[in-house]
Design a protein around this ligand. Structure first.
Ligand code: ADP
Ligand code: TZD
Ligand code: MG
Length: 588
């Protein structure tokens, strides 16, 4: 009798509680602190986005995967946690892949999760819906790439992706999620047990005591030392240690683009306005989270005063970075926080700052150049040149130092970078190491979503064109983003001509006087056409203080820009074209 009732009870018991791939993946991300997914829905991940939103994650759907990916990359930079982008297979994956490679090149943690077709079909090339061997394609372009085939491995797959993204030199990680995996079921209790919460994903990395002493010795001997702060230092979120180290050393410092604000650009040691002088004359250069790549002319050439015998000290988490372009006399391999702390301890109280012969000369140059620039910023030229518009934007950021400045373009980028001071760490997000156009809207959306701060996106008209459809995304989520388009009717300049004399416009010019502000109006945002600094000023103040999605079409003189902004010298020159032009001139 007792046996019978036990058997009855068992048969009446509810079936074992089940979970599936969808929910395990969501649970694994949540367990590891992921709060936001930058997404474009479609087969096989539509429901993954829906269920993730249902489970309390913020899932923001974009109009194009590239922008979603750029948002995830920027989120990685701003938060020190992997930004997560989710795409469909093949074309969606490829659209997201540019952003993953961009994150990787910038050393930012990001995870691209893409749905994919089944291995059995892909590997025999049977021609599946959106068939592509995504894992193989992603591998060479990112830091690590994994595929999960079984629901019970989702915990390990996500843990590996998170650790790979943030540990050591951060980077982009690809996670391949075949559609069938999402539908696989398993026992819910076993499923929960299979998940992993990653412990200490980015462990501290201390420099050796010898390395610290070597660095201090080199810096002590320097007569004209210089610090270069890179975006690795901004990423590291060791703001107090970096500031204390820079101020205790007393060296002039140059911030790279996205390290601006780590110490304020108005800091007395900031040498941005004396860049040519300090690069040429420094005898010792201390790189903190900055690579000696193309952005620094590889540490050689005229701008560095070559032939030079400068000594380099470098902090980097990646030992392979040392000696990549110049011999590094004192490498400090470790994380920024540990290295700065160790140096400060090693310096003790008896550090002698560099002589005022050096720091005074730098300050004098800075003051002179800042004064020269000031007059250019208050001009009333009609139409506006870049400086007239940037005078307004410089003040807008000075008045609102918590706002984040997003920036892309050529002249629109280079001039904004040099004119607009940044006052706090991680308040500038731009085109990064590759100089990619089209990151603007993704950067702006991530900046608003991840920080809640107002965003000012200063965009070249060409740059904006790569990602402009995301204004709908901005309106849909009602984000406090003010876009200012520096509209000079084209790429670099709007006044180029077709050299054949034919009817087609020149290759670098657009429809003149395009009314970009109407794109924002189309989705319910505020659109403003601004021809003068006053009009621009009023519109920016209203947008930044009111928080409504706004696009200001700032009319810029088509003749105001330079070819390729500051980097025209990187264009190859055509000997043949020059010869032909000379011959033509002579024959006339
Ligand atoms: P920038 O373009 O501003 O000069 P880069 O992107 O070239 O900066 O360089 C950033 C460097 O910072 C990379 O070499 C990267 O390995 C390093 N880095 C990133 N995070 C850390 C960290 N937490 N500690 C030390 N170095 C770091
Ligand atoms: N495509 C991508 C993805 N990245 C690029 N950097 C380029 C093309 C080439 N490019 C630049 O390097 S800047 C730029 C392009 C197309 C646009 C410059 O025009 P703009 O800025 O309107 O954005 P200015 O103010 O007119 O110089
Ligand atoms: Mg332009």
């Amino acid at each position: 009798m007792a046996q019978d009732s036990a058997a009855l009870a068992a048969s009446d018991a509810p079936a074992t509680e089940l979970t599936d791939g969808f929910h395990l993946l969501i649970d694994a991300l949540k367990l590891n602190g992921v709060e936001t997914i930058y997404n474009v829905p479609g087969i096989p991940i539509t429901d993954l986005g829906r269920y993730a939103q249902g489970e309390g994650l913020r899932v923001l759907s974009f109009r194009h995967e590239q922008s979603a990916g750029y948002a995830a990359a920027a989120a990685g930079f701003l938060t020190k946690k992997p930004g997560v982008c989710m795409t469909v297979s093949a074309p969606g994956f490829l659209n997201g892949l540019t952003a993953l490679a961009h994150a990787n090149v910038n050393c930012w943690p990001m995870i691209l999760i893409s749905g994919s077709s089944e291995r059995e079909v892909v590997d025999l090339m049977k021609g599946d819906y959106e068939e592509l061997d995504q894992l193989a394609i992603a591998k060479p372009l990112c830091k690590a790439a994994y595929r999960i085939l079984h629901a019970e491995d989702i915990g390990i797959g996500v843990a590996r992706a998170i650790r790979a993204a943030v540990t050591g030199r951060p980077g982009g990680v690809y996670l391949d999620v075949p559609g069938a995996l999402l539908g696989q079921t398993m026992d819910a209790i076993e499923g929960r047990k299979s998940l992993i919460q990653v412990v200490d994903p980015a462990p501290a990395h201390f420099p050796g005591p010898d390395a610290v002493q070597r660095a201090l010795t080199v810096m002590k001997e320097a007569k004209k030392p210089l610090i270069i702060l890179g975006k690795g230092a901004a990423y590291a979120q060791a703001d107090d240690q970096v500031r204390q180290l820079v101020e205790t050393l007393g060296f002039p410092f140059l911030p790279m683009s996205m390290a601006k604000g780590l110490l304020p650009d108005t800091h007395p040691q900031c040498a941005s306005a004396a860049r040519s002088l300090v690069l040429k004359e420094a005898d010792c250069v201390f790189l903190i989270g900055a690579r000696l790549n193309w952005l620094l002319g590889h540490g050689k050439g005229k701008q560095w005063g070559e032939p030079h015998s400068k000594k380099f000290v470098q902090i980097d988490i990646d030992p392979k970075e040392m000696d990549s372009n110049q011999p590094i006399h004192a490498p400090l391999v470790g994380d920024i926080e540990s290295c700065c702390t160790a140096l400060l301890e090693g310096m003790g109280d008896a550090w002698t700052k560099p002589s005022v012969d050096w720091t005074g000369a730098v300050s004098a140059k800075v003051e002179g150049n800042v004064a020269k620039m000031a007059s250019r910023l208050h001009n009333n030229s009609n139409p506006m040149d870049y400086h007239a518009a940037l005078g307004v934007l410089k003040q807008a950021i000075a008045d609102r130092p918590d706002a984040i400045l997003v920036n892309e373009g050529a002249n629109a980028l280079d001039l904004t970078r040099s004119v607009v001071d940044i006052h706090k760490p991680r308040k500038r997000v731009d085109v990064g190491t590759w100089g990619i156009m089209g990151v603007g809207m993704g950067n702006a959306i991530a900046a608003a979503v991840e920080t809640g701060c107002p965003v000012l996106a200063v965009e070249g008209d060409s740059a904006f064109g790569f990602c402009g459809m995301e204004v709908e995304t901005i309106c849909r989520y009602n984000l406090p983003i003010c876009i200012v388009i520096m509209n000079n009717n084209g790429i670099y300049r709007g006044d180029d001509v077709n050299r054949s004399g034919g009817a087609d416009p020149a290759t670098t010019v657009f429809v003149p006087d395009s009314r970009y502000e109407m794109m924002m109006q189309a989705f319910g945002g505020v659109g403003v056409y601004a021809r003068t600094p006053d009009e621009l000023n009023r519109a920016v103040a209203e947008a930044m203080d009111g928080g409504k999605p706004t696009l200001i079409n700032a009319v810029i003189d088509p003749a105001a820009g330079k070819e390729s902004g500051n980097i025209g010298s990187l264009n190859p020159t055509s000997v043949v074209a020059e010869m032909r032009a000379k011959a033509k001139a002579q024959s006339q």
